[in-house]
Unconditional design. Structure first.
Lengths: 381, 95
């Protein structure tokens, strides 16, 4: 069976600063990040012949070409499902390269998500589609929408908000030693977490919610053959996939029979393990998308890093710390570093494999980046 | 379209209006405080359908997963909005 495994690699990464008020346009953030990624790869903008970004991204591909001086482009694609699709960008880029549809693809995501349109505010989508079934009852924000899913998990396994807080403490500890993180040098205690205000009772406090951030990130994907001639050791895309299942919904994921599970992440996990021949114990670092702390719990269990209902003990026992069995979100995650819609997690995966992360884990061979409904395994080239 | 047979025909079935609470949250509007916090619930209807609604006529501390609830209707902006309340009420009828 044809496979994306090991045919493409990430060869460059770039980013802007992460802030609450960038003071410049989203397009400028995008081109700054892309230019930095291309330079990091040792390439020129003219070497780029493909792009991948989110359906939600405001930055037009043609505007990007004009600004960067990319003369011709033969591949553009976009991924759906917001941050849940953030790892699908790598799947698209790898597929384009593997198929010969593009030689060198840049993945980008840039926005003013704090100073511009804030995702955490009551949605503008008042009616239409699935919103019509949910909004009239008081599901106005993502925190409320997701919490109706999370509460069942808490009920099934006797999980408390303090259990979620133990994840946040770790994320903030990792961010505290990452100078690029918004919460650099600002760790928290569990007590701080428990004193933060309720956002959705009795599930989420303020410190369970990801940040709102301004910023841009980008990475460059090319074939493994070309990657070997570039300036950094290539980071191989060992596997990349999406996990879409029937009866799923991005914001209102209430309609699977058992809502204490994350079937989409279970599907991505089964595909990644089958493609790579790896298993949970082979992963050295996991970068896990967390718009809210509970999704880390669902994903740890979906990938088999621990048993069902055991994520709270797995975290409390120190397994996700830098010196633990499975260091998680070593840059601070979306709670601690910044919310660049999950693509900043992929950049941290690359740094961990290059050996250049600020919170570097020893002997990293395989990194999992999971956004629940899309995921990649990165490895040494 | 029916995902099993591909049929485009459909008809209305009246549900019993009884079900159980699958999950629940207390929703407070981030910008416009509600007079009372809204309890948002997922209800598993007896017929096997799951839907989002509100739980009414009880105090937040009385809500629990699995509790039996029944439908009632509230007119909101000319729309009959299905709402739920505990079966038999929460306080014994004081006759």
């Amino acid at each position: 069976m044809p496979s994306l495994s090991h045919t493409a690699a990430i060869v460059g990464i770039g980013q802007t600063e992460f802030s609450k008020d960038s003071g410049r346009s989203e397009l400028r953030l995008a081109v700054e990040a892309v230019r930095a990624a291309v330079e990091d790869a040792g390439l020129e903008p003219r070497d780029i012949d493909g792009t991948v970004t989110f359906v939600q991204d405001s930055n037009d591909e043609l505007a990007l070409m004009r600004s960067l001086g990319i003369p011709r482009m033969r591949w553009t694609s976009r991924t759906p499902f917001g941050g849940g699709g953030s790892c699908a960008t790598i799947e698209h880029a790898a597929a384009a390269v593997a198929a010969g549809a593009a030689d060198t693809v840049v993945v980008y995501r840039a926005f003013n998500e704090r100073s511009g349109h804030r995702f955490g505010q009551p949605t503008r989508q008042a009616a239409g589609g699935s919103f019509a079934w949910h909004r009239p009852y008081g599901l106005d924000t993502p925190a409320q929408m997701y919490s109706l899913w999370f509460q069942r998990y808490m009920h099934e396994f006797g999980v408390t908000n303090a259990d979620f807080g133990r994840y946040t403490v770790v994320a903030r500890k990792h961010a505290a030693t990452n100078p690029k993180a918004w919460f650099y040098e600002r760790p928290i205690t569990l007590d701080d977490h428990q004193k933060s205000r309720w956002i959705v009772e009795p599930i989420l406090r303020l410190l369970d919610c990801c940040q709102e951030s301004d910023g841009g990130v980008a990475c460059v994907v090319t074939s493994m053959d070309r990657a070997k001639d570039l300036q950094h050791p290539p980071v191989a895309i060992d596997a990349a996939t999406q996990g879409n299942t029937i009866d799923s919904d991005v914001l209102f994921n209430y309609y699977h029979e058992d809502t204490s599970r994350f079937p989409e992440a279970e599907y991505t996990a089964s595909q990644l393990w089958a493609t790579t021949g790896l298993g949970p114990t082979d992963i050295d670092v996991a970068l896990i998308y967390e718009n809210f702390s509970p999704v880390v719990f669902y994903q740890l269990e979906a990938y088999g890093f621990c048993g069902r209902g055991e994520a709270k003990d797995f975290i409390a026992d120190g397994n996700i710390d830098l010196d633990g069995k499975l260091p998680v979100n070593t840059h601070g995650g979306l709670l601690g570093e910044a919310y660049i819609h999950g693509v900043n997690n992929i950049l941290e995966g690359v740094r961990q494999l290059r050996g250049t992360a600020v919170n570097q884990v020893g002997g990293v061979e395989h990194v999992l980046c999971s956004a629940g409904r899309s995921a990649v395994v990165l490895g040494k080239g | 379209m029916c995902p099993r047979c591909g049929s485009l025909e459909w008809e209305v079935h009246e549900a019993s209006g009884r079900g159980t609470v699958h999950s629940w949250i207390v929703s407070r509007h981030p910008n416009k405080p509600d007079r009372d916090p809204r309890i948002v619930v997922l209800v598993d209807l007896e017929e096997g359908v799951r839907l989002v609604s509100n739980l009414r006529e009880l105090d937040v501390c009385e809500v629990h997963n699995g509790m039996a609830v029944e439908v009632m209707f509230d007119m909101v902006n000319d729309v009959a909005l299905p709402q739920f309340r505990p079966v038999g009420g929460t306080t014994p009828a004081a006759v």
